[in-house]
Design a protein around this ligand. Structure first.
Ligand SMILES: Nc1ncnc2c1ncn2[C@@H]1O[C@H](COP(=O)(O)OP(=O)(O)O)[C@@H](O)[C@H]1O
Ligand SMILES: [Mg+2]
Length: 375
């Protein structure tokens, strides 16, 4: 009967680029977890697969744009130190001066900075590591895209005078079996080598709940990366910051090790400040441009504002205009809002009654399938 409980979810087409694919996987995982929770089906085997589940496929086809797709990069025998050479820290490019966030969030960030700075003194010199071997200096910045998470990670690195090593989930994940966990180990080694703050971007899939009922395929690979991540987090004496957009279902193990800091969409006061700071001095702005009016436009993040300013400027320059008027800025904001793929919109919540109905339907469908295969 087991076979009939094998559900294969054909996941994300190969044409979907990372990190969109990573976001999709994270959502799929969450949905599947919910399905398991809500149906109470414990004897179910689910494989969420994308093309990378079929290794023979990957071995023959070399798609551009996927991290490790180049056969040259494949080297399972590489020592962790050799592998770590692929990652290199850089000097931070932003400071707290550039970051516009509500005061409470800034306080949270500064507190985190203090914890980082004082960790050695309190936990090593003052011996508190005897009672708390793993103080929580790992942070998770979560919030919608373009709200300043990357900027803030650079700002913290500047503040503590360290380089920053930026790695994204897409870079760490490897389609080659067993290489994902090795890449996780390698980035931690590289961060230690460069005494750098480690920033892991797009970490949704890494921090979300581990699937308990997985068969072979890409989800098993993600599970082993998560286990490796936990090991590295415990051993690492440095600062790790994760960045996530929409983790709905944190793995318990990470919940206790990582401090969450939420990056909200900017309110009007923050938007005014972000517009001001991005409308640089040299920009020829027409007299009709009112920052007050621009700040009133809702549902835009810092990145939208930055992109709108660049877009409006480029358009004005192409039309040989000497200045950029308010209508150009307004048009650009409009265009950007329309073009935005809203991956972060809240998922539709089911009412308890609807949930029950869904659970019933799933159970009925599985029972039917089971009958079909036995008859
Ligand atoms: N809170 C903010 N304060 C100031 N600028 C911001 C803010 N959020 C976004 N920006 C602008 O948008 C750009 C992209 O933001 P980023 O930090 O990459 O967002 P995230 O990492 O959250 O997706 C920044 O470099 C900056 O120009
Ligand atoms: Mg970012």
């Amino acid at each position: 009967m087991n076979a009939s409980r094998d559900i294969r979810i054909q996941g994300i087409p190969d044409t979907v680029p990372e990190p969109t694919a990573a976001v999709c996987r994270s959502r799929l995982l969450t949905a599947v977890n919910k399905l398991i929770d809500e149906t109470g089906l414990d004897n179910i085997r689910i494989t969420v697969g994308d093309a990378s589940s079929f290794s023979s496929f990957w071995e023959n086809i070399n798609l551009p744009g996927r991290g490790d797709s180049n056969q040259k990069n494949r080297d399972p025998e590489l020592s962790p130190e050799e592998r770590a050479k692929r990652y290199e820290a850089q000097q931070p490019i932003f400071t707290f001066k550039q970051l516009v966030i509500p005061e409470e969030v800034e306080e949270d960030l500064l507190l985190a900075v203090d914890l980082i700075r004082l960790e050695f003194k309190v936990f090593d010199e003052w011996g508190l590591r005897k009672i708390e071997p793993f103080p929580r200096t790992a942070l998770n910045f979560h919030g919608k895209p373009g709200t300043g998470k990357t900027l803030a990670a650079h700002a913290i690195a500047s503040k503590i005078n360290r380089p920053i090593l930026v790695a994204s989930y897409a870079q760490i994940e490897s389609m080659y079996h067993g290489e994902g966990p090795k890449n996780v180990e390698a980035i931690f080694l590289a961060a230690e080598r460069d005494n750098a703050l480690l920033f892991i971007d797009e970490a949704d899939s890494l921090l979300s709940k581990r699937l308990t009922n997985v068969t072979q395929g890409s989800e098993q690979a993600i599970n082993s990366m998560r286990s490796q991540l936990l090991i590295c987090l415990e051993q690492f004496r440095g600062v790790v910051i994760f960045s996530t957009n929409l983790v709905e279902n944190y793995d318990k193990a990470f919940e206790t090790r990582v401090r969450n800091i939420n990056f909200p969409m900017p309110d009007e006061t923050c938007r005014r400040e972000i517009w001001k700071r991005h409308l640089v001095e040299e920009l020829p702005i027409a007299e009709d441009v009112s920052i007050e009016k621009l700040a009133q436009i809702e549902d835009v993040c810092g990145r939208d504002i930055k992109n709108a300013i660049i877009d409006a400027s480029m358009r004005a320059a192409r039309q040989d205009k000497e200045e950029i008027g308010i209508s150009e800025f307004l048009d650009s904001v409009d265009r950007i809002k329309k073009a935005r793929i809203n991956v972060t919109s809240e998922p539709m919540q089911l009412t308890p009654k609807e949930k029950e109905e869904v659970a019933e339907k799933v159970k009925a469908a599985i029972a039917k399938k089971e009958q079909e295969t036995t008859s």
